[in-house]
Design a protein around this ligand. Structure first.
Ligand code: NAD
Ligand code: AHE
Ligand code: ZN
Length: 370
């Protein structure tokens, strides 16, 4: 079939909207119509050329929601008409990783996914001239239609609005999951969140859900303050307004350091500040942000010797086929909020405006509605 997609032709160039060919689903695969997709900072990271795994030409996008159109041979858990959220972290429930309760990082298709290919080593997308176009994070939601493995789709309730629940495909689950699944934050904790964008705000929402007493938000952009307060931030710190070093300031503000800190900036200097503002003896710092090729974290080993813990999280530690339908229920039951964070919506033709808004710091989440 033919479909319309925003194609990343080369690093650093705007996406090009064009008709592309899409082959039907092979065994174990599913064709879906994407109804809506969020634009995550990770899409911009890969488009910028900073992603060591970035390949071009490719169809980016990994924060979608849509409807099953056709299933390939052997698919048993989905049928045409089902509402689904694509998963860049699949859940095969069979691999060594899925069988280990310590991780959500299903590895059954990770190698081909990183190469921009379906599990059989081929792409379903091509130009109208027949040249292959690569998949991205196993999702490619910047296309009106896409093909995914069955294990990379979460079936969700049909009454949930696509233009909101697409955000559960990455940002919402990553932020809330980092608090609940990865850090396992206890009631009464003090926490610091670095970066109050589409992920950081969901960390704040997760901290409120977990019953944290103090939620400090740190961002260079003061425009992020009102939304963060709305989601539960108790103190705002703009590093550019702090006299002297940021770390001692935050340690003092949290009465000795935070029980939990989270990096949602992708900046390795901020990651160090996050680790060092965690409480001596027990503070845990969770890296969510994705750093550019070649960037490395550092600290004095003494920071860890004296009890601080550094960890990281992908997709908030969530097992997608199991956890994502539950998070959709939380949204539909009013336990979590999504709508205010979706600050802009646009059609596919205007997708580059979504990237411009992100660069300008004017949006939290832009959502493309097909
Ligand atoms: P975003 O652009 O919406 O938000 C980033 C925020 O960080 C902005 O508000 C910006 O002002 C702030 N910021 C930038 N530099 C800062 C600094 N030095 N100090 C304080 N604040 C600073 O991005 P997002 O969509 O929220 O994504 C955040 C990060 O999380 C990105 O690196 C993204 O790639 C990553 N991410 C990781 C996962 C995962 O599974 N680990 C999932 C989604 C996104
Ligand atoms: N390809 C990059 C790393 C990108 C990365 O860390 N991706 C996160 C999800 S970000 C979603 O917005 C992730 O899930 N990582 C685990 C994985 O297996 O990719 C690089 O540095 O090579
Ligand atoms: Zn993302």
């Amino acid at each position: 079939m033919r479909t319309r997609a925003a194609v990343a032709t080369a690093a650093g160039k705007p996406l090009e909207i064009m008709e592309v060919n899409l082959d039907g689903p092979r065994a174990g695969e599913v064709l879906i119509e994407v109804k809506a997709t969020g634009i995550c900072h990770t899409d911009e990271f890969t488009l910028s050329g900073a992603d060591p795994e970035g390949l071009f030409p490719a169809i980016l996008g990994h924060e979608g929601a849509g409807v099953v159109m056709e299933v390939g041979e052997g698919v048993t858990s989905l049928k045409p008409g089902d509402h689904v959220i694509p998963l860049y972290t699949p859940e095969c429930r069979e691999c060594e990783y899925c069988l280990n309760p310590k991780t959500n990082l299903c590895q059954s298709i990770r190698t081909t996914q990183g190469q921009g290919l379906m599990p059989d080593g081929t792409s379903r997308f091509s130009t109208l001239d027949g040249d292959p176009i690569l998949h991205y994070m196993g999702c490619s939601t910047f296309s009106n239609h896409t093909v995914l493995p069955e294990i990379a789709l979460a079936k969700v309730r049909p009454d949930a609005p696509f233009d909101k629940i697409c955000y559960i495909g990455c940002g919402v689950t990553t932020g809330i999951g980092a608090v609940i699944n990865t850090a396992k934050v206890e009631i009464g904790s003090r926490a610091i969140v670095f970066g109050l964008g589409g992920i950081g705000l969901n960390v704040i929402q997760g901290l409120r859900l977990a019953g944290a007493d103090q939620i400090v938000g740190v961002d260079l952009n003061p425009d992020k303050k009102p939304m963060a307060e709305r989601f539960g931030m108790t103190d705002f710190v703009n590093p550019s307004e702090v006299e002297g070093d940021l770390v001692p300031y935050l340690v003092n503000l949290t009465k000795g350091g935070a029980d939990y800190t989270f990096d949602a900036t992708g900046n390795v200097k901020v990651m160090r500040q996050a680790l060092e503002s965690a409480h001596k003896g027990w503070g845990e710092s969770v890296i969510i942000g994705v750093a550019p090729a070649g960037a490395e974290i550092s600290t004095r080993p003494f920071q860890l010797v004296t009890g601080r813990v550094w960890r990281g999280t992908a997709f908030g530690g969530a097992r997608g086929r199991t956890d994502v339908p539950r998070i959709v229920d939380w949204y539909m039951d009013g336990k979590i909020e999504i709508d205010p964070m979706i600050t802009h919506t646009m059609g596919l033709d205007d997708i580059n405006k979504g990237f411009d808004l992100m660069h300008a710091g004017e949006s939290i989440r832009s959502v493309v509605v097909y």
